[in-house]
Design a protein around this ligand. Structure first.
Ligand code: HEC
Length: 110
């Protein structure tokens, strides 16, 4: 490959990466809504038959707190002994941060 086209490719991929910050809502729909429901009310189709019901993420407070730190920890590590998995290996840091922010929308804070 010629040097110029290599540089162009590099510039394009960098631009694409910067132009698209992770979309919290899209991530939520893909990864979380199946259990927590489209609006976070804990009524997703995959939740049927669970012993522990998925928490309502639309509630104004969560059992384990709603600080960015507390929510990020749950998304990263999950809740042991429940169907709530940790997403530390599946989602990147900025994707998990985008989810932390999107849950504020579900709680009506944003
Ligand atoms: C397989 C079903 C399932 C999926 C998928 C899932 N969760 Fe959960 N989640 C649960 C269950 C069940 C609980 C409740 C655990 C408990 O409190 O016993 C929970 C709890 C939580 C809590 C803690 C709420 C509280 O009151 O402390 C947060 C925050 C959370 N989930 C966020 C997410 C996010 C964000 C995603 C997507 C990345 C996600 N969950 C995906 C099932 C799921």
């Amino acid at each position: 490959m010629r040097r110029n086209s290599l540089l162009l490719l590099l510039a394009l991929t960098t631009a694409a990466a910067q132009a698209a910050p992770p979309d919290g809502k899209a991530l939520y729909t893909t990864w979380c809504a199946g259990c927590h429901g489209p609006k976070g009310q804990g009524d997703g189709p995959d939740a049927k038959g669970f012993d522990s019901k998925p928490a309502s993420l639309a509630a104004s407070s969560y059992k384990r707190g709603t600080s960015d730190k507390a929510v990020l920890k749950i998304i990263t590590k999950g809740v042991p002994g429940t169907p709530m998995d940790g997403y530390g290996n599946k989602l990147k840091d900025d994707q998990r941060d985008a989810l932390v922010q999107y849950l504020k929308v579900l709680r009506g804070e944003k």
